[in-house]
Design a protein around this ligand. Structure first.
Ligand code: DGT
Ligand code: CA
Ligand code: CA
Ligand code: ZN
Length: 577
């Protein structure tokens, strides 16, 4: 049982308490679960390990009292808590789907359920379409529109998983498979290997001595909910987290061809197959053939080479020009995780982070980083404890003072300053000029019409102290589409004034997305990749940003935080004197 899974149960309990409100102390109870959820999410160690260690106590974890400690133990031992099941039984299961909708929290779910007798997404959609929601407290015609938009995103997301969920699951499964003596190699293929932001199912390729014993070992994996198919060379299962996994047992001699085939994308495969056909050859998952004669199959490199191409990185295999580029010797040399020298967006306990400036700096230094930019929230983001002017000035001093405590890494004072509805900034210029680097982003009023949003972003870019635009399109993976605005215009303005666009590496944002990174690259723009860490553990999310940058064809030279500190500072917009 992973911490994430335990936190998810606590989070759902809190939502259920807020929806039901059938206990006089419901709001205190819900708050306790919320606190515990945040605390578990920030915990660097596994709860299972703490629970097992007789010298440790779960109640030593902040926000975990005796009752919640008991529930954690129960969840670890039985997979769930009886209290959770009890609360769940009080509402229709489909009601909780509403929580997946953007702008719908437990209070709204309660409202729809109690006052409009809505039990599921379909009923909510019908009610919104018929204008039946606008009569409810706090609901307008505009909120009905927003709900319909959110439902559309929800439908598109159904059955797909965030990249980090897929990758973490694949890592656990790979380790499990490698435990079998019969297994030689395990390689995740499919959309995961291509680094897509969402994954439909996992495709694991396995080589080894004895397919039957590999299959027998695999189906003993404790996270399996159902075995969908078990054949000679393929096993399909559904995991408890609903992710489907296809495991294919392969012959070593055709590993390259199979890896290519099952990595995809389908579009890339089709284009390669056509290329083979033009030579009078045939390409499939067993190899490249001329009649019955096998031309290549052992490694991907050999198959590509026979087709007259260099090996193409999986992130590019979408048939979006990579085959032509490969043919012309123009494949980009993609940026790598090891190229990254610093992180330029992170939060500390001053706003909504979980660690101090020093803790973040020490962790970054441990990773080999040369610099960090501390970017706590500005005052408009009250829910994230944003800093008012006075606290911001004190925070800058504390950040500068931290340099004496953690040596060997540049610690820069920044802020994630809110772009207000009219495009003005949440801090006056007199304060902005005191930061080393100012990053700006939108956290409110994301549903405004496109022309207003464009004007808002353009105005923010005009402020001469602004140097980075954080999560520039506001989208959230599987949850929220980019806000409406003229992307070309904003990119052009950013390029002209030297404002750098961020690729936010959090797997829930990945904003810019791969397509937008490619657009930026094609326009000769550079980006920075940052994690938006709220905890030292989040630094490891950098890999998802780098993967997305690679999918956008970015080279090292296009990513500014691959530069050493002086060079990075020199390449940012020049500040007014
Ligand atoms: P997903 O699972 O929806 O995130 O996306 P993929 O790309 O992992 O797709 P999946 O799992 O259906 O299939 C894995 C790979 O197998 C896919 O990327 C390419 C290959 N493949 C599957 N079906 C076909 C097909 O009909 N034709 C060709 N050429 N390749 C296929
Ligand atoms: Ca797949
Ligand atoms: Ca599949
Ligand atoms: Zn933000």
């Amino acid at each position: 049982m992973e911490n994430r899974e335990i936190a998810a149960i606590f989070e759902e309990i809190s939502s259920l308490i807020k929806i039901l409100q059938d206990d006089p102390k419901w709001n205190f109870k819900a708050a306790a679960y919320d606190r515990a959820t945040r605390s578990i999410e920030a915990l660097p160690e596994r709860l299972e390990d703490i629970a097992r260690d007789t010298s440790r106590k779960l109640t030593d974890i902040p926000g975990i009292g005796a009752d919640l400690a008991k529930k954690i133990t129960e969840i670890i031992e039985t997979g769930d808590s009886a209290y959770h099941q009890e609360q769940l039984a009080k509402v229709p299961r489909s009601l909780l789907d509403l929580l997946q909708l953007q702008t719908v929290g437990p209070q709204k779910v309660r409202l729809f359920y109690k006052q409009a007798n809505i039990h599921n997404v379909d009923e909510l959609e019908a009610a919104a379409k018929e204008g039946r929601l606008r009569g409810l407290p706090g609901m307008s015609e505009k909120s009905e529109e927003n709900i319909l938009k959110a439902i559309e995103v929800f439908r598109r997301a159904a059955g797909r998983f965030h990249l980090n969920t897929a990758l973490e699951t694949a890592e656990v499964l790979t380790a499990w498979l490698r435990d079998s003596k019969a297994v030689e190699e395990v390689t995740p293929a499919g959309s995961l290997r291509r680094g897509r932001e969402t994954v439909g199912d996992l495709d694991l390729l396995v080589t080894g001595r004895d397919p039957t014993s590999i299959a027998d070992h695999f189906v003993k994996f404790p996270g399996i909910a159902a075995i969908l198919a078990k054949g000679e060379d393929k096993v399909s299962v559904k995991l408890k987290n609903d992710l489907q996994v296809d495991v294919r047992m392969l012959n070593r001699s055709a590993y390259g061809a199979a890896l290519m085939y099952f990595t995809g994308s389908k579009e890339h495969n089709v284009a390669l197959r056509d290329r083979a056909k033009r030579q009078g050859w045939k390409l499939n998952e067993y190899g490249l053939f001329h009649g019955d004669e096998l031309l290549a199959s052992r490694t991907e490199e050999e198959v590509y080479a026979k087709l007259g191409l260099p090996w193409i990185p999986p992130e590019l295999r979408e048939n979006l020009g990579e085959i032509e580029a490969a043919e012309n010797g123009e494949l980009p040399k993609l940026v790598e995780l090891g190229d990254i020298r610093g992180d330029l967006q992170m939060h500390t306990t001053a706003s909504d982070g979980h660690a101090s400036i020093e803790e973040m700096a020490a962790a970054a230094k441990q990773l080999g980083y040369q610099y960090i930019l501390i970017t706590d929230h500005s005052k408009a983001v009250t829910v994230a404890n944003g800093l008012d002017e006075k606290r911001a000035v004190e925070h800058i001093q504390r950040i500068h003072a931290a340099r004496k405590n953690v040596k060997g890494i540049e610690i820069w004072a920044g802020s994630e300053v809110d772009i207000m509805g009219d495009g003005s900034l949440d801090y006056p210029d007199e304060l902005l000029k005191q930061f080393d680097i100012v990053l700006v982003s939108v956290h409110s009023r994301m549903n405004m019409p496109a022309d207003e949003m464009t004007a808002r972003l353009l105005r923010a870019i005009e402020n001469p102290y602004v140097r980075i635009m954080g999560h520039p399109t506001g989208r959230q993976v599987l949850r929220r589409d980019p806000f409406l605005f003229d992307l070309e215009k904003v990119f052009a303005a950013a390029k002209k004034s030297g404002v750098i666009l961020e690729l936010n590496a959090s797997p829930e944002r990945l904003d810019l997305c791969d397509r937008h990174v490619k657009l930026a690259r094609d326009r000769g723009m550079k980006i920075i990749i940052s994690t938006d860490a709220h905890d030292p553990q989040h630094f490891k999310l950098m890999r998802y940003g780098v993967t997305t940058a690679r999918r956008g064809w970015m080279e090292k030279s296009g990513v500014l935080n691959t530069l050493p500190p002086e060079k990075l500072l020199a390449s940012l917009r020049t500040l007014p004197t």
